[in-house]
Write a protein that binds this ligand. Structure first.
Ligand code: THU
Length: 160
């Protein structure tokens, strides 16, 4: 038996004000999208903003449902809209902001496993990395240069 170690690298910005201007603006758009989330069951709202290589910004937020599993996360709402409407554009960057409406949630909140798998699909398809920035309702912003840091050993089309 042999041990292998897989490394992931993240960058920490202490606050949103430390972000480069273009990412600051993208995060502001994610913040605005978060205010339109429909999350009456969890009271946990998420906003996502995707920058495409055609300069379009696509927004998404979580959409819940009385039949709980029928709801969808912000990241997938946004990425499926992007893929449906701009199928030939590459995704450059995603900014995500998430938090509870009832508790304090200042820690960076990463995309869930299902959203990581969805983002992985498009990163593999476009053959270029997607930058991902995520935060809670305040405080640190984490950056990853590729989805792969969030989902090592991805399952993708090469395994089918
Ligand atoms: N949620 C997202 O929108 N994105 C994530 O990556 C994590 C979870 C949503 C789903 C649900 O509406 C609420 O947050 C609580 O799980």
């Amino acid at each position: 038996m042999k041990e292998i170690n897989i490394q992931s690298t993240f960058y920490i910005f202490e606050t949103i004000d430390e972000l480069p201007e273009d990412i600051f603006l993208l995060m502001q758009k994610a913040k605005e999208a978060r205010t339109k989330a429909y999350a009456p069951y969890s009271n946990f709202t998420v906003g996502a903003a995707i920058l495409l290589d055609n300069n379009q910004v696509v927004l998404g937020n979580n959409q819940e449902n009385a039949s709980y599993p029928s709801g969808l996360c912000a990241e997938r709402t946004a990425i499926y809209y992007a893929a449906a409407n701009y199928p030939n554009s590459k995704i450059l960057k995603i900014a995500i902001i998430a938090g509870s409406l009832v508790n304090d949630t200042p820690q960076p909140i990463p995309p869930c496993g299902a959203c990581r798998q969805a983002i992985a699909e498009y990163e593999v398809k476009q053959e270029t990395p997607i930058e991902i920035y995520f935060m809670g309702t305040s405080g640190n912003v984490l950056k990853s240069n590729s989805l792969k840091n969030l989902l090592p050993l991805i399952f993708d089309k090469s395994q089918l």
